[in-house]
Design a protein around this ligand. Structure first.
Ligand SMILES: C[S@@+](CC[C@H](N)C(=O)[O-])C[C@H]1O[C@@H](n2cnc3c(N)ncnc32)[C@H](O)[C@@H]1O
Length: 271
């Protein structure tokens, strides 16, 4: 399949799936390689034949969804957001919880890939913040649509390159097993993983913190972003924080959130 044919196919297909070409532009080569391989497996010459196959075979739609998932992640991705969370965001949430008589904070990592994001949060809490807030616990729920990534997340073994951006005190939270960094049982137990397609279902909450980075506000179409943001809002406590990816912003027409600080993609539920 020629690259131009793949691009034309994606531009036609993505909006029909509630996704957007602008989000996929940067990663389309990866998706095109996967599609080309699938066309070869099926003995199809061009995307038109594949489009017919999609109409005829509901199982193929699931395969396509998997080919469209981008699994890229790493620990401490967008360091400035993590530093802000550690110094201001999480302490503020813990103090607010305490002031209202709660001894548990609740966080949701939506689109958690192989666990780098929720485990990064668990490390930050347990190694830096828990000693400052004894008696307060942080529950972390992590969801993703991809069963292979979730199985890797539960294993919690990582390539050393994935830890490169982590500050040294948090990197010391890993064990060395068979030459590879692995998280210890206490950190593994701090995160619950669940397979969930965010378009079909969401955990109920309420959450104090929602990490939704490099998924909805990059790959989803505008209308779906707005619909998702409204549903996220209902799952956040008033005063709770929603963190997006470094290059992501909430659409203007989304209501009920205020940006917390200029230059960071962090929003607080205002009402
Ligand atoms: C680019 S990764 C982002 C990982 C992490 N949040 C980060 O920013 O480093 C996007 C993740 O979203 C997951 N994903 C894609 N579509 C999804 C959907 N509809 N529902 C839930 N997860 C989805 C993918 O499997 C992938 O793990």
């Amino acid at each position: 399949m020629r690259r131009a044919d793949c691009v034309a196919f994606l531009r036609h297909l993505l909006p029909r799936l509630g996704l957007c070409w602008a989000g996929y532009r940067r990663v389309h080569r990866t998706v095109c390689k996967r599609l080309a391989r699938r066309l070869r497996e099926l003995g199809l010459a061009d995307p038109a034949g594949y489009a017919r196959r999609l109409d005829e075979d509901p199982g193929e739609r699931e395969r396509l969804e998997a080919m469209l998932r981008i699994p890229i992640s790493r620990f401490w991705r967008d360091a400035s957001v993590w530093e802000w969370l550690g110094e201001i965001g999480l302490p503020g949430l813990a103090q607010a919880a305490r002031a209202s008589g709660r001894n548990r904070l609740s966080a949701w990592s939506c689109g958690c890939a192989a666990g780098e994001e929720p485990y990064g949060l668990a490390l930050l809490w347990h190694r830096r913040l828990a000693p400052r807030f004894p008696g307060t616990a942080l529950d972390i729920l992590a969801t993703d649509a991809d069963p292979v990534l979730l199985a890797r997340a539960r294993e919690a073994r990582y390539a050393p390159s994935s830890l490169r951006a982590l500050p040294a005190d948090l990197r010391r939270g890993f064990l060395e097993e068979e030459g590879r960094p692995r998280l210890p049982p206490a950190i593994r137990a701090a995160v619950r993983f669940r397979r969930q397609d965010v378009r079909a279902a969401m955990p109920e909450g309420p959450f104090d913190l929602l990490l939704c980075r490099n998924l909805v506000f990059t790959y989803f179409a505008q209308d779906l972003r707005c619909e998702m943001a409204a549903r996220f809002r209902r799952r956040l406590r008033v005063g709770g924080l929603m963190v997006l990816g470094a290059k992501e912003r909430l659409p203007d027409r989304v209501e009920g959130f205020v940006p917390v600080t200029a230059g960071l993609p962090v929003y607080r539920r205002r009402s």
